[in-house]
Design a protein around this ligand. Structure first.
Ligand SMILES: Cc1cc2nc3c(=O)[nH]c(=O)nc-3n(C[C@H](O)[C@H](O)[C@H](O)COP(=O)(O)OP(=O)(O)OC[C@H]3O[C@@H](n4cnc5c(N)ncnc54)[C@H](O)[C@@H]3O)c2cc1C
Length: 401
């Protein structure tokens, strides 16, 4: 046998070492029988594939997936699986958490509603219930996603955290390794290798928290919370809270803190585009989408900034909210992923002096923070609304694009 093909054959064989004690139902001959046809006669289109699932004990457990492997059970992963399902294509969805849409269920604050009108957020094949308001609450959104998963028979494999995915050129297959921690929270993680022809990455842009390092961080005596753990302003009642970050989350958390009798100060380090959520009852997002059908993006950006001045007032720089010198709201979203803030009431609180706007943090000290302009902001607690980042570069072992 040719050395290269022998190596390939042995590698493939090694995937299918039987493990009689734990899996008595799959004798070796059965496994090899399925292995050979799959690799030799895979049909050109996925629609004719049928789901074949085998469990084997190699160093890691191995699962053979006939159809795409989808990583992430957020709205994107669910909708891909649903669309495949409607075309008769099986898939396996791997989700690190123990529920669908874990960003929405586990890592968002209670008062959250969709920032965009519902028609822009519905998934393919199923509209939101007519009874839902224009901006559904997060609970309504989650309930919609659950109905969606049920309607399209999407049953993710939970507690499967993908740690590596690479394309095995020799075998022409993706090898996706996922670890799963036990329900009991013990140390015994088990590893499963999923093998299949297609990989769909749907882990989103909000997979991991951004936790910047601040000078003196250890000196601060109060609680420090990332916004992904913030649920409500109730525990902060009467407290001075330094909210680091002025994106949609930072602004909304400040508003929530005000409404719960706390005193927030919002750190605004960079320039930011603030837009009204609606203009004369029409969603700004709808206006932008409409204008983009006829006008170039830069012109639409100019119009949006003009309209924002008209509806929000032109005093934002005086309030400490400077617009970026270059790049409009849509352009910056496209080029750098910087989402414009849609104001839902924080500006009014800033004008009323209920939310203080402060410059960047220089260093934390026991009772607050020294700011880059030399001022001092006293704080009892800190909320880091410093955003998220994707975790794809950590586990996807290929270059994209
Ligand atoms: C506070 C907040 C408000 C928002 N409001 C809106 C809005 O109004 N409208 C809108 O359109 N968007 C909004 N977004 C953006 C949000 O990203 C999208 O709504 C949506 O959740 C993106 O869907 P997704 O499936 O791409 O990613 P996610 O919802 O983030 O889902 C990704 C899934 O992948 C899982 N995962 C991550 N890494 C791994 C791994 N290695 N292995 C296995 N599983 C993994 C995660 O646990 C998660 O369940 C908001 C985001 C935030 C944080």
């Amino acid at each position: 046998m040719h050395l290269k093909s022998a190596g390939k054959f042995n590698r493939l064989l090694s995937l299918f070492k039987p493990s009689p004690p734990s899996l008595p139902f799959f004798p070796t001959s059965f496994l090899l029988f399925l292995l050979v046809p799959f690799n030799s006669f895979v049909p050109a289109t996925a629609t004719s594939l049928r789901s074949v699932v085998l469990y084997m004990e190699t160093p890691a457990r191995t699962m053979w997936v006939n159809g795409p492997i989808i990583v992430g059970a957020g709205p994107a992963g669910l909708s891909v699986a649903a669309c495949l399902h409607t075309h008769g294509v099986p898939s396996v969805v791997l989700e690190r958490d123990d529920c669908i849409a874990s960003l929405w269920q586990r890592r968002t604050y209670d008062r959250l509603r969709l920032h965009l009108p519902k028609r822009f957020c519905e998934l393919p094949g199923m509209p939101f219930p007519a009874s839902y308001p224009e901006y559904p609450t997060k609970h309504q959104f989650v309930s919609y996603l659950e109905s969606y998963a049920a309607a399209f028979h999407v049953r993710p494999r939970f507690r499967q955290s993908v740690a590596s995915a690479r394309f095995d050129h020799a075998a022409g297959l993706w090898r996706v390794q996922a670890s799963s921690s036990s329900d009991t929270g013990g140390d015994e993680a088990t590893y499963t290798e999923y093998i299949g022809r297609w990989l769909v990455v749907a882990t989103g842009e909000n997979a991991e928290r951004v936790l910047p390092e601040f000078a003196g961080a250890g000196s601060f005596k109060g609680p420090v919370t990332h916004v992904s753990e913030y649920k409500s302003g109730e525990p902060y009642r009467g407290s001075r809270v330094l909210v680091v970050g002025c994106g949609n989350s930072g602004m909304e958390v400040c508003l929530d803190l005000c409404e719960h009798g706390a005193r927030p100060a919002m750190v605004v380090r960079d320039a930011v585009h603030v837009l009204p959520r609606e203009m004369l009852g029409v969603a700004t997002f709808s206006v932008a989408a409409f204008l983009l059908r006829f006008l170039p993006l830069r012109l639409v950006d100019r119009l949006l900034v003009l309209l924002a001045g008209l509806f929000l007032g032109n005093d934002l720089p005086r309030l400490g909210l400077r617009r970026p010198d270059s790049g409009g709201p849509l352009e910056l979203k496209n080029s750098r992923g910087r989402t414009p803030v849609l104001d839902i009431g924080a500006l009014e609180k800033i004008r009323a002096g209920e939310i203080a706007v402060v410059p960047g943090v220089k260093r934390f000290v026991a009772g607050g923070a020294e700011m880059v302009d030399g001022s001092f902001v006293a704080a009892d607690a800190v909320v880091l609304a410093t955003g998220y980042h994707s975790n794809v570069p950590q586990w996807l072992k290929v270059r994209i694009g």
